[in-house]
Design a protein around this ligand. Structure first.
Ligand code: XMP
Length: 321
């Protein structure tokens, strides 16, 4: 009989069987899949699991806390946070090309995670790597598994040959909605279980222009207001995601009080979708748009204009980069 409780029970037994009295490492991205995979393995082997969270500095407001406080509170997991913010900012300095940004972030991410994995392997004898691979991923990649090197959530290739891990993939038979139910069964907070998609390269690909600390701060502030108002309006489950994009390379003239401003626009990109392959722009209520616009222009001094993206996918992609 198929119940969420029985899936958890079966997976916990299978993990115990596979890992024995070994140790495991799991990279957390802040997303649903890695969180649920980690929580399952934690349930099975307790503190023989160590989670690694790389803070690349490209996260939205509150996301690091969500992992460090909420996820840890819900699971009691051992967590190592690697603060790599400076490293990523340095590597991204002056870069504006979208694919270049992705390449740099993928490369730096794998280096940082690899170092953490190497340390844990040599110091603690960790030789299992937990991954949140879902059934659709398995089908897509032809189904191979076993002893492999890492495939990070950025899909950027492998760890070196001398750093081989045995893979633990407890979500391999599950679809996304089942993963969410397993997450709830394991006591994970709604904010994690029902998190909307967020790209691995994070806010870097939502800044049209240079990824500086200053631009990140502006975008984080605007994004946080938009998300807050959408949540208050009860729209989180109706929209697939709503990127907020900072046009850092664009300025427009505005007026505030009795002063002229020359600030940056932000774009709201609310989309409805089933699988992100196609998407429609979401007809958000005007009063919600108004609140978001008023608050962003009042509360974020560098932003003097809020615009709405009314393009479907295709022809537009969901993200602007
Ligand atoms: P696009 O912009 O291609 O986005 O319509 C489709 C979905 O994928 C997400 N996305 C990414 N996720 N790394 C990721 O992990 C990326 O480089 C990346 N680019 C886009 C996007 O947020 C949307 O959900």
């Amino acid at each position: 009989e198929w119940t969420v409780a029985s899936i958890v029970e079966d997976q916990v037994a299978a993990i115990r069987e596979q890992v024995g009295d070994g140790r495991a490492i799991c990279g957390l991205s802040g997303g649903v899949d890695s969180a649920v995979a980690a929580a399952l393995v934690q349930r099975a082997i307790g503190d023989r699991l160590t989670c690694v969270f790389v803070d690349h500095g490209l996260l939205r407001a509150g996301e690091r806390t969500q992992v460090e406080r909420d996820f840890v509170a819900a699971t009691g997991v051992n967590l190592v946070t690697v603060d790599a913010r400076e490293r990523f900012l340095d590597a991204l300095a002056g870069v504006t090309d979208p694919e270049e940004k992705r390449k740099i972030i993928g490369r730096e991410f794998i280096r940082v995670f690899e170092q953490a994995a190497r340390d844990l392997k040599t110091e603690d004898g960790v030789d299992f790597l937990v991954q949140g691979t879902l059934y659709p991923d398995v089908v897509e990649s032809g189904g191979g598994s076993g002893t492999a090197n890492i495939k990070s959530h950025h899909n950027v290739g492998g760890l070196p040959d001398d750093l081989e891990f045995k893979l633990v993939e407890p979500l391999r038979a599950l679809f996304k909605d089942e993963v969410r139910r397993v997450g709830l069964e394991l006591g994970l907070p709604e904010t994690i279980v029902h998190r909307q998609p967020f790209p691995g390269p994070g806010l870097a690909i939502r800044i049209i222009g240079e990824v500086s600390e200053h631009n990140l701060e502006i975008l984080r502030a605007a994004d946080s207001i938009a998300r807050e108002e959408l949540t208050v309006a009860g729209l989180d489950r109706d929209i697939w995601q709503c990127p907020v994009v900072l046009l850092a390379d664009v300025r427009s003239v505005g007026v505030q009080g009795d002063g002229r401003t020359y600030g940056h626009p932000v774009v709201l990109r609310p989309v409805s979708s089933e699988d992100a392959m196609t998407a429609d722009w979401t007809r958000l209520p005007y009063d919600v748009l108004e609140r978001i616009s008023t608050r962003i222009t009042n509360e974020v001094p560098e932003v003097n204009r809020v615009v709405l993206d009314v393009t479907s996918k295709p022809p537009g992609t969901i993200e602007w980069e």
